[in-house]
Every structure is written in structure tokens, then in C-alpha cells.
Ligand binder design. Structure first.
Ligand code: ZN
Length: 363
């Protein structure tokens, strides 16, 4: 194995090596004899086998044992400063996905390379329900990330009002089927990703089950028909795949996700809400739904922000860079209140038939 220092800013001064992990987070390594600097410079090249490093350091005037090098490399790896140069992907992938791979650097270590994380995404299939501002934006990010296949479902046609925020469509596509137009855009932008356009109205869980039979993740980017969140929830339990949903209500941007067997689910939330509202008037019950706003106030900037946040959560599920942040948790941004960020989790409900069914695998 050829351990390599990641592309991080490194400063060396007399007696100290400073490595920046974040713009505001530095690691100071004591280096009275200059041996750490010599090791860091060798590791930055990423050209040497670990077994050859003691001899190289000794040749440079820093007598070092194999054990010293092993300990130093383990310590640097614990700080997530190293990656395995032998695990680099092929040259074409390096060219096309350079920034994606550098992003994965943040999560890579000697045991898990950036290439491994990209590989997981590049072999993933995602079902996107809805080809509006949110679905179109998520599609764009998924293509940029290089997923293998996206199935996008909608039954709408492009309307003039969509051009405020649905950037996969152009003025020349008014009246055209959204999914056909989105797939045409995708073929021009990223022909290596297979985009399947399905012109269909999603009206029940069985439809979602059929559409998602071979997928790794579902993105729910539609707010119609009423109840589509619960339908998607049920279908995803049957499929055993996670899903992510989001929207914009009044001035609140929100997104959340469900991983069957691991997080509380959307039905749990519904049951908690029924408990909270028991005894209140029916009109109050029906009026309080955590669905997107029936009046669409989603501007381009809001749609892009929300699409990006959902695509990041998708990346967490697909590549497992880190634990998803919105599992059983409402992530919210109050656009109308100086971008206040909040995260509110919900609990499993004891009467949830779906979570009960998968309780063996749950927590
Ligand atoms: Zn549940």
C-alpha cells in the first residue's frame, strides 16, 4: 500500500508541521528534529510503499524504524489525513469526477478510498417521483455525481410558470411532457447516466412499489396526490429502501428521510399527530398536514437550495459517506427568519404496523 497525504493545506515551520483539516481547524504536529516534516513530504508524494518509508527517511537523515513509521501512519490515519494511492480510480474517472472524488476525500481513510465511495454512487439506481423544481434539481445533482441510473416519474407538461424554478426546461419546451424533456436534457448533459422517463400519475403504493423494484433510493419530489408521503412510506418498507422527501411551506424549507428498519417512519409521525390532535375539530385535523404548501411560493433559489440539500442526503444514503442527517428528523430552514436552521426528530410510534413489522432490524 502507498499511503498518501490528502490534498490539504500543509505548512511546515521550524519545529512544527501544521495541517489544515478545515479552514478553521488546524492540526499542529510537534517536529523538533524535522522527521515529521520529511515523512509528511514523502506522504504527500504518495509514491512510496509503506515498507519503503523507513529506508527513505533514514536516507534523508532521519533514522526511523518500521515500527515508528507504522505508528505515525496509524496516528495520521486516525486523524483522517491519509488515503491509499493504490485505490485511485482509472484516469477517465479521475478527470470527470475530480471534484466529486476530492469531496469524498473528506470521508476517506486508508481503509475506504474516495474511489470506493464514488464507486458506490456510480453503481446506484434512484427513483425520483416528480419532475418539478425539486425533482428536476435533484436529477441535475445526481447526474453530476455520476449515478448509474435515474428513473423519473411525472405526468405533467411544461408550463410557463415552471420556468421560474425548473431549470432543466427551456422556453422552447412549453407543452412538452416534463419527463421526456428532462430525459432529453440528461442525455445531453451526462450520457453515461441512464435516465428513464416514465410518464405516469402516481396514485397508490403499488405503483411506487412497481416503479422502485430495482432501486437503491427513492426521492419523493411531489406533493400530490394527498397522502403520497404515506404511500411512498409504505412502498419503501416493502422494497426495503430509504426515501427522502422535502418541500416548502409558507416560509419554511424542510426535508426529512426514512430508512425502513432503522429510523422512525412517516406513518409513526402521522400516528403521533393523530394523538396530538385527538379530540380537536375535524377541520383542524385535516388542516394540519406536513405537506408542501398548496400555494406554490417556491422560487428558483429556494428550489435549488432544497434540491441540493436533498441530493446531499441522497449521497449520504448511497455512498454512506456518513450517517444521513434527516433520518426521522425534520431538517428545516426558516427562509423568512434569517435562514434559521433547525432539526427536530420524531420517535417511533408504538402502534406503527410498519416499524413493528421491521422491528427485528430496527433500533
Ligand atoms: Zn413507523
Amino acid at each position: 500500500m502507498r499511503p498518501r497525504l490528502k490534498s490539504l493545506n500543509t505548512l511546515t515551520t521550524d519545529g512544527t508541521v501544521v495541517i489544515y483539516r478545515r479552514p478553521t481547524e488546524r492540526i499542529h504536529l510537534d517536529d523538533p528534529g524535522g522527521g515529521v516534516r520529511a515523512l509528511v513530504e514523502l506522504l504527500a508524494q504518495g509514491a512510496h510503499e509503506e515498507a519503503d518509508l523507513p529506508a527513505e527517511l533514514t536516507r534523508l537523515g532521519h533514522p526511523t524504524t518500521a515500527e515508528d513509521v507504522r505508528d505515525a501512519i496509524a496516528a495520521l490515519d486516525d486523524l483522517r489525513l491519509l488515503e491509499n494511492a493504490d485505490a485511485d480510480p482509472d484516469a477517465e474517472t479521475l478527470r470527470r469526477h475530480e471534484s466529486n472524488l476530492r469531496f469524498y476525500d473528506l470521508y476517506a481513510d486508508l481503509g475506504r478510498s474516495s474511489g470506493d465511495l464514488h464507486h458506490r454512487l456510480a453503481h446506484s439506481t434512484v427513483l425520483v417521483i416528480g419532475a418539478g423544481g425539486l425533482g428536476g434539481g435533484v436529477l441535475q445533482s445526481l447526474l453530476g455525481l455520476g449515478v448509474a441510473r435515474v428513473r423519473i416519474v411525472d405526468f405533467d407538461t411544461v408550463e410557463p410558470k415552471n420556468l421560474a424554478r425548473q431549470f432543466v426546461y427551456g422556453a422552447g419546451e412549453i407543452g412538452r411532457s416534463k419527463v421526456a424533456a428532462a430525459a432529453a436534457w440528461a442525455r445531453r448533459y451526462a450520457p453515461q447516466t441512464v435516465v428513464e422517463a416514465v410518464e405516469q400519475e402516481v396514485t397508490d403504493a403499488a405503483t411506487i412499489r412497481a416503479l422502485g423494484a430495482d432501486v437503491d433510493l427513492v426521492v419523493l419530489a411531489a406533493d400530490q396526490p394527498v397522502g403520497i408521503q404515506l404511500m411512498t412510506n409504505e412502498a419503501c418498507f416493502d422494497l426495503g429502501v430509504p426515501f427522502i422527501a422535502g418541500g416548502f411551506k409558507l416560509s419554511t424549507l424542510f426535508y426529512w428521510s426514512v430508512e425502513p428498519g432503522h429510523t422512525p417512519c412517516r406513518l409513526c409521525l402521522e400516528l403521533h399527530r393523530d394523538d396530538d390532535l385527538r379530540g380537536r375539530d375535524e377541520w383542524v385535523r385535516s388542516g394540519l398536514r406536513l405537506e408542501a404548501d398548496p400555494v406554490n411560493r417556491t422560487t428558483g433559489p429556494v428550489a435549488q437550495l432544497l434540491s441540493g440539500l436533498i441530493a446531499l442526503e441522497a449521497q449520504r444514503y448511497l455512498a454512506r459517506t456518513e450517517e444521513p442527517v434527516a433520518g426521522g428528523t425534520y431538517q428545516t430552514i426558516e427562509i423568512g427568519d434569517r435562514m434559521r436552521v433547525d432539526a427536530t426528530g420524531w420517535e417511533r410510534h408504538p402502534d406503527c404496523a410498519l416499524c413493528h413489522r421491521s422491528a427485528d432490524g430496527g433500533r
